[in-house]
Design a protein around this ligand. Sequence first.
Ligand code: HEM
Length: 135
Amino acid sequence: MVALFKNLGIGGDSSGKVDGESKKPVPKRGKYSVAPGYSQLDWARKVSSGENLSTVDRPMKVSKDELKKHCTEEDCWISIKGKVYNVTPYLNYHPAGVKKIINNSGIDATQVFMMNHAWVNEEAILKNCFIGYLT
Ligand code: HEM
């Protein structure tokens, strides 16, 4: 199980090690807690089911203007490292809450994402939510 979380970049620091293995101090956790049934393990199960959560059949090119249109709790797209994801189904699973993502949706959120958790493997976590490439 630890290995599963490690692959997703959860519960560790930038060294890639999980809590307890690292010599660096573990950052203080925030106050937010997700609802029962919305843990990262629950999300990992959903991802491994292979369900397409992206709303598109094949990857598309996404303009900045198109990206901007998707910034609500019901329809939320985020761009990280040139890729665009439909994060609507992930919102309630985010360990720091829905708002942190909504506030950075519809834009290129690479910088803020990396500032908060460079170690998190968004490509793995959001692989079923992949919409396409930001143009
Ligand atoms: C861009 C806007 C985002 C901001 C501002 C943000 C902020 C944060 C913050 C502050 C935490 C720490 C929570 C705590 O310690 O209790 C956190 C945790 C986390 N976030 Fe985000 N986040 C963002 C987007 C995302 C996205 C798109 C994903 C999905 C890949 C994600 C996945 C995670 C995960 C897995 C953790 C737990 C990390 C760990 O336990 O090491 N976040 N986020």
